[in-house]
Write a protein that binds this ligand. Structure first.
Ligand SMILES: Cc1ncc(COP(=O)(O)O)c(C=O)c1O
Length: 480
């Protein structure tokens, strides 16, 4: 057994024993099996370990914590824990405090937005993005466009060197003078892990690099002494489940100094005059934390990082990789009686990864195929899996670019759809000639067990083998 620390959280030795993760599941995530749940949406959210929630309640009810913006004892107590949380984040990513600053946000989206709204885009610069990006990155293009910068997508479900360099350096309609390159370390759609070597490669071309680590951080080591993105965004609830509502922007101090905040607010200024209308922004991370930070929850980040680091990120990675391998080989083996496949997996299904399943995380996007070879409507799979107590995700997962690639949608058809006024999502899909609004996503994490994978495989085989399910009776889609 591991030992319990002052916050009530388990430390090193968490997952020891012949099957440490089974013991961890029983101890920390017992509510899964007690409730008969199969949870397969770790890319949506990690699950809260019981000890973290209990430790949090003990801390909050055992001390006095006030708004950190003053010098009272209550305020100092919060300020002290806030500073500790910043140090814990830097330690977790092996980041040098002289090189990096930690800004607390409400989630990864908040971190990404901070960069977008303050990045010094100019008509001579460009925003380069992988097509495989979450909408919280895609949305940055509106800031870039508003300031006249070119916006360029790098195609492909995997970033490859040739296409990336073409996008970074293509003369296009204006001379490229660098700018911002934004991509995910791991796709929230396909689970593909894009090489971290692109960070230094893009920087060598004069770009700042924004790394979206929201889907990568929960099961992978990110070493910021080895790779040096200018900006990194994470959501902590995806890593250790509790608390929700806290994320971070980990920014190189030199890159942070290049940002220009479009406003000021309480907490971000050293001095301000109402009548003379001047202000002096704080010189450090405080300039980017608007208003009062979530001071009761931020210390939970320290506890959460101690918890996940106590389990060991390398071990979490190996555990999830093994389960993902089992899931992928099980999916490949699923067949209708005539030998035709029961599922289609998108990206990194082995076909484009030399069947090694290398460079991918624990997120698998797929569609179920009926006995007629056609895609089973994702709403059917949502309905049927829910009836089996399975929590998964279906749709485009806020990643339209990966969806467009996966479904092989030509740009001309997408442009026509954009120009046509359609009244509903279903009408839009019809126009695009899409058989489904998206894929089914199964994602694994620290609390997953082999039984979860087996349950899903048995569900697909038992429900869809040799069948042609219809979408009859399903409600219209409201969003992708
Ligand atoms: C790759 C990626 N980026 C960004 C986000 C946005 O995270 P949040 O909704 O916590 O801001 C997500 C959420 O799933 C994600 O998977």
């Amino acid at each position: 057994m591991g030992t319990t620390d002052a916050t009530g959280c388990m430390r090193n030795g968490e997952a020891e024993g012949p099957d440490g993760f089974a013991e961890l599941r029983a101890r920390e995530f017992g509510y899964l099996d007690e409730g008969g749940h199969t949870y397969l949406d770790h890319t949506g959210a990690g699950l809260p370990p019981r000890s973290l929630v209990m430790g949090s309640a003990r801390r909050i009810t055992g001390g006095l914590f006030g708004n950190p913006h003053s010098e009272s004892p209550a305020s100092r107590a919060s300020g002290h824990l806030l500073a500790e949380a910043r140090r814990a984040v830097l330690r977790h990513f092996n980041a040098d405090p002289d090189e990096y600053a930690v800004i607390f946000t409400s989630n990864a989206t908040g971190a990404l937005r901070l960069v977008g709204e303050a990045y010094p885009f100019t008509p001579g610069s460009r925003l380069v993005m992988s097509l495989d990006n979450h909408n919280s990155v895609n949305g940055l293009r509106e800031y870039a466009r508003a300031r006249g910068a070119a916006t360029v997508y790098v195609p492909g479900l995997r970033l490859d060197e040739k296409r990336l360099f073409a996008a970074l350096s293509a003369p296009g309609d204006r001379a490229a003078t660098g700018g911002l390159f934004a991509y995910p370390a791991q796709s929230n759609f396909t689970g593909v892990q894009h090489s971290l070597d692109w960070i230094a490669a893009a920087q060598a071309q004069g770009y700042d690099v924004l790394l979206d680590a929201a889907a990568f951080a929960p099961t992978n080591v990110l070493d910021l002494s080895r790779h040096h993105p200018d900006f990194t965004a994470v959501s902590w609830y995806k890593v250790f489940g509790h608390p929700t509502g806290v994320g971070s922007l980990i920014a190189r101090r030199t890159a942070l100094a290049r940002l220009r905040r479009p406003w000021f607010s309480g907490g971000t200024v050293y001095a301000v005059s109402a009548q003379a209308q001047w202000h002096v922004l704080a010189a450090d991370e405080a300039a980017f934390e608007d208003g009062t930070v979530n001071f009761l929850s931020l210390p939970d980040v320290t506890a959460g990082l101690a918890w996940i680091d106590g389990v060991g990120m390398d071990r979490v990675h190996a555990h999830v990789a093994a389960l993902t391998g089992r899931l992928l080989s099980g999916l490949r083996a699923l067949r209708h009686s005539d030998g035709s496949p029961l599922v289609r997996v998108y990206g990194a299904d082995g076909a484009d990864a030399g069947r090694t399943d290398a460079d991918r995380g624990g997120t698998v996007a797929l569609n179920v195929l009926g006995a007629d070879g056609r895609i089973v409507d994702e709403r059917v799979v949502t309905r049927d899996s829910a009836a089996h107590g399975i929590s998964l995700r279906a749709g485009c997962f806020c990643n339209p670019g990966a969806g467009e690639e996966a479904f092989d949608l030509p740009l001309t058809r997408l442009r026509t759809a954009a120009d046509t006024q359609v009244g509903s999502l279903d009408a839009y899909l019809e126009l695009l000639e899409l058989p489904s609004a998206g894929a089914v996503r199964v994602s694994l994490g620290v609390s997953s067990q082999p039984g979860d994978v087996e349950t899903f495989l048995a569900f697909v085989a038992g429900t869809y083998r040799d069948r042609v399910p219809t979408a009859a009776g399903l409600a219209a889609r409201e969003s992708c």
